[in-house]
Design a binder for this molecule. Structure first.
Ligand code: CA
Length: 224
């Protein structure tokens, strides 16, 4: 597994990294919260071991931001604070397990292995369903009422974003960022144009519109 270890104390970082490497893992070490967040968001990571107290951003904030960035790798929080509130806060932030310092390496390894078993095989979503619409993400196929709908790649991505959050509003800004990778508003009708084409293809033959638009809010696909 590729494991991100975020720990500012050099000795602990070394001890954890060496131990994991000896057990065949590939380890990336971050010494600050900022580096941990950057690595977590840019590298493919299978598991995160995160110290609670880190310079830059604290472990809890790093984890929240990773989760907000759709990083779902299991996380173990390390802490010198064994208080129940910290444990709850860590779990709330998206940690899967918690370990109080000092700990024996064997204890950490047992938790790493337990999370690895739970995470594998990665439950990657390959099929999305919302009401009469079905998407096969591997075959890149879309069906409405069982009939194929042919979409252009960007239309497919727009629909995928809606279908990943059935019943929830997806804003124009979210679509610009996720589908076009625009981190600014290009002041074009790009979203509207694609949405309109997507709709006419999905609703061909005068079928009920499966996408709902609320001005100033965004778009959503009806869940059922
Ligand atoms: Ca620390």
């Amino acid at each position: 597994m590729r494991i991100l270890v975020a720990e500012d104390e050099p000795e602990t970082a070394q001890f954890v990294a060496n131990g994991l490497q000896e057990h065949g893992h590939n380890v990336l070490v971050a010494r600050t919260g900022t580096d941990a967040l950057h690595l977590g968001l840019t590298e493919t990571i299978d598991l995160v071991i995160l110290d609670r107290m880190l310079p830059g951003l604290d472990g809890m904030t790093v984890l929240r931001r990773l989760r907000a960035g759709e990083v779902r790798a299991p996380a173990i929080m390390l802490t010198a604070l064994g208080r129940i509130e910290d444990r709850i806060e860590g779990l709330d932030a998206g940690a899967d397990d918690y370990l109080t310092k000092p700990f024996a390496f064997g204890e950490l390894l047992a938790r790493v292995n337990a999370l690895a078993r739970r995470a594998a095989p990665q439950d990657v979503v390959t099929r999305l369903i919302a009401g009469p619409v079905e998407m096969d993400l591997l075959r890149r196929e879309v069906r409405r009422d069982g009939l194929p709908v042919l979409l252009q790649p960007r239309e497919f991505r727009v629909l995928e974003e809606l279908m990943r959050h059935p019943g929830e509003f997806v804003t124009r800004t979210m679509l610009l960022e996720r589908v076009w990778d625009f981190h600014f508003d290009p002041q074009t009708k790009i979203v509207e144009t694609h949405m309109s084409r997507l709709r006419s293809k999905l609703n061909e033959g005068g079928r009920t519109d499966v996408i709902e638009t609320v001005r100033g809010v965004g778009y959503r696909i009806r869940a059922a």
